[in-house]
Design a protein around this ligand. Structure first.
Ligand code: BGC
Length: 753
């Protein structure tokens, strides 16, 4: 067994021992000097002022209250969120810089999650592309647009691992896999921040929510998370570590409690891991009111106690609630929080302001010509939407034949607002192109007959059915565009039943009776269970809310101008009752298998009491998901052959070369996501049945073959053992090169000392 310590972490400990003060170990010296100089001039009240993130509800209307301006002038605010207008940001920044005693500039935060004015697919959709560069492009576009409005700090990317499709915020996640999530998180951080935060078009990014929010019990938002430390480190913390290494400017704590301690007051995470182990020197902000929510959690007696817990845990900035403002001075006087601790918090806040170069350029950049919603931005959004769509089923109805009439039915076919998805504050419906717009434009109005059937996704009556059926009767092909409205996923929007809401299934069943090709297009914020209607439709093209350019993206895919290439970033359940569900689960002592599975209807009446089937499954639906992680079809087919490993055993610290040949065996050019999985067969603690270690998205012409090469280092096999040491253990490993997590070519190798 070998202890794997990266070179980086060894260097850190050496420098820190020598350097005495740990937090600025990695920081740029010139900036550290400026931070310290400024800090030495600050009064206690001004220091506390920096820790206050003030804001209004995203629904607030009317001018900024004078009281807010006065607090800025007094130096009592460090940052704002949800300041609506750019001119208001200008005014507040002017007051901070020109009228407050020390002229410390403000941060302006905003939830720019998957676009500012040009809306990209929701993060779960971006992850379905398996192309992190598309997310980086999207984040770049968002930062360019938002910085024009004076936003210099975004509360994104969210990198919570999500294993439960009932949880509304799965929409904001990159899915269930730590590697895929890390790649997309890092890409977005780079896109928002560029390589240099002082770039005028850069926005400081926020890795959120630290940590375990996605493990909310039962998928109920804000709920308790119980995560064993090994799993915390090997799954939930992985993207945060990747983001920290990529230089993410800030992190946000989560609402949930983690193993009994609310994340916002969690010293183990915020100080021991973040500052101690990772040497993170960015800023940590709470979530909205999450400091005072520690009272409801039962972790703080009152506001003052909450401030004490949060400050001592290492929380730098408090969002919206005011416990720091009200009680920090008193807590310092009473010796319950040290002034040195407050200095640490303030240092982290000032550092990000210097890194953003706000002292030199506090005001938003001047633009000669706005690029908001430019043709280039739209084109990138369209590309991202196209690459994110997943073909779940196709009996040959897609791509659509170029001739013939189409009946376009369904509540999302012409719903410009609903195609944007959750967490959109600045995007506007009038800038979006719907499927109806795009199909009519491409095929001619006379060839696309529209009848929504249901005015919005939750409508339960059949009042609109007759018109929809009438339109369908006159067409050669029916395209039903349904799903969830934007508001049905996202924060506080968990669902227990994750099938198509309202009367959508009933209408699809009616349309199926017409015996014409019936194509289902779905736009939603989570996996939608389709079991009740999957047999009624000929094809399913699934899109996690695709954003501004949903129409042209979907229309090109339906017409075969582009082949679908999205792959699932989450395991797709047959029913929500299977949740939590994820591919990288453990094997159990009685792994489910076809041989032993006894379906409910095969059990004899009054059968003898026994552990039927003897393994881990449901009597009524078995043990498989509807579609595995990594799954997705396209308009062609791919064959996998010739899996090769350059050796059967690899020395600890060494590399394994792995390759396989992929052949496009169909008739169209298309893309394939070639996935590399491993399984550590025996571990000091048990290991998952499969773990994604790498992937490549390749495009092949019909008949073309490509040998795909991967290099696997033994460091990539490491996990936290029972003593919480990160190790790669010698022993047997399985490996797959695969089109998804449930199939593929298999080989084995050994790791030897
Ligand atoms: C959410 C955060 C968000 C914050 C500010 C909270 O309700 O959990 O993700 O950044 O609000 O809008």
């Amino acid at each position: 067994m070998k202890l794997m310590l990266g070179l980086g972490s060894r260097l850190v400990s050496v420098i820190c021992v020598v350097g005495l003060v740990c937090s600025p170990c990695f920081a740029n010296d010139a900036i550290e000097q400026k931070v310290d100089e400024l800090l030495s001039k600050m009064s206690l009240a001004e220091k506390i002022g920096q820790t206050n993130l003030r804001g209004r509800s995203s629904r607030a209307k009317g001018p900024l209250p004078d009281s807010l301006k006065a607090t800025v002038k007094a130096g009592n605010v460090g940052a704002f969120l949800n300041v609506m207008k750019p001119e208001e940001r200008d005014e507040l920044q002017r007051i901070a810089v020109q009228e407050s005693r020390l002229g410390i500039p403000l941060l302006f935060g905003r939830d720019v999650i998957h676009g500012f004015k040009t809306i990209f697919p929701i993060p779960l959709g971006l992850a379905a592309s398996w192309q992190p560069e598309l997310a980086e492009n999207g984040a770049r576009v968002s930062a360019i647009e938002a910085s024009e409005f004076g936003v210099n700090w975004t509360f994104a990317p969210m990198m919570d691992i999500a294993r439960d499709p009932r949880w509304g915020r799965i929409a904001e996640s990159f899915g269930e896999d730590p590697l895929l999530t890390s790649a997309f998180s890092v890409a977005m951080v780079k896109g928002f921040q560029t390589d240099d935060l002082s770039n005028p078009t850069a926005m400081a990014a926020t890795a959120k929510h630290l940590v375990g929010y996605g493990a909310a019990e039962g998928g109920r938002d804000y709920n308790t998370a119980q995560i064993p430390e090994g799993e915390l480190r090997d799954v939930y913390l992985v993207p945060f570590k990747a983001a920290a290494d990529a230089g993410v400017a800030s992190m946000m704590t989560s609402f949930n409690e983690l193993n009994g301690v609310p994340a916002t007051g969690n010293q183990f995470v915020l100080t021991d891991i973040l500052r101690g182990e990772w040497q993170y020197d960015g800023m940590v902000v709470s979530d909205w009111d999450s400091v005072i929510e520690m009272i409801a959690h039962g972790y703080a007696a009152d506001k003052k106690h909450a401030a004490e817990r949060a400050a001592n845990a290492g929380l730098d900035m408090e969002m919206t609630s005011d416990t720091y403002e009200l009680y920090l001075a008193q807590l310092i006087e009473e010796g319950k929080v040290s002034e040195a601790q407050l200095d640490n918090l303030v240092r982290n806040i000032l550092r990000i302001k210097f890194r953003l170069n706000l002292f030199e350029h506090p005001q938003r950049r001047k633009v000669e010509q706005s690029s908001i919603l430019s043709a280039e931005h739209r084109q990138l959004a369209q590309q991202a939407a196209q690459q994110s769509a997943i073909l779940l089923k196709n009996d040959g109805a897609l791509p659509l034949k170029p001739k013939g009439k189409i009946a376009l039915i369904g509540p999302l076919a012409n719903a410009a607002h609903e195609q944007m998805g959750t967490w959109v504050f600045d995007g506007r419906a009038e800038n979006n192109i719907t499927v109806l717009d795009a199909m009519q434009q491409q095929l001619g109005k006379q060839n696309v007959q529209f009848a929504e059937g249901l005015a919005y996704s939750r409508v339960k009556t059949d009042a609109g059915f007759a018109a929809a059926i009438q339109a369908a009767k006159q067409a050669d092909t029916i395209v039903f565009v349904g799903g969830e409205e934007s508001i049905l996923s996202g924060e506080a929007h968990s669902r227990a039943d994750i099938s198509l809401p309202g009367a959508q299934e009933a209408l699809i069943k009616q349309l199926a009776k017409l015996d014409k090709p019936l194509i289902l297009v779905v736009m939603a914020g989570r996996p939608i269970t389709l079991g009740n209607i999957i047999g009624d439709v000929d094809a399913v093209l699934f899109n996690f809310h695709p954003g501004t350019m949903a129409g042209p993206a979907i229309s090109d895919l339906l017409l075969g101008k582009v082949s679908p290439s999205g792959r699932l970033p989450v395991t797709w359940p047959i029913t929500a009752a299977q949740a939590p569900i994820y591919y990288n689960h453990k094997n159990t002592g009685r792994p489910a298998n076809d041989k032993d599975y006894v379906p409910i209807d095969d059990i004899p009446v009054q059968a003898w009491q026994s552990s039927l089937g003897n393994d881990s499954h449901y009597l009524d639906i078995g043990f498989r998901p509807a579609y595995p992680f990594g799954y997705g079809l396209t308009y062609s087919t791919f064959d996998y052959s010739d899996l090769k490993l350059d050796k059967n055993s690899v020395k600890m610290g060494g590399e394994l070369q792995v390759s396989a040949t992929i052949t496009n065996s169909g008739k169209r050019e298309a893309s394939e996501v070639v996935q590399l999985y491993i399984q550590d067969v025996v571990g000091d603690v048990t290991r998952p049945v499969r773990e994604l270690k790498d992937w490549q998205k390749i495009s092949l012409k019909p008949g073309q073959s490509q040998t795909v090469h991967f290099t696997l280092n033994t460091d990539q096999l490491a996990f936290h053992n029972i003593k919480m040491q990160k190790v790669t253990e010698p022993g047997d490993f399985n490996l797959w090169i695969a089109p998804n997590a449930a199939s593929g070519l298999k080989a084995s190798f050994k790791v030897v000392e």
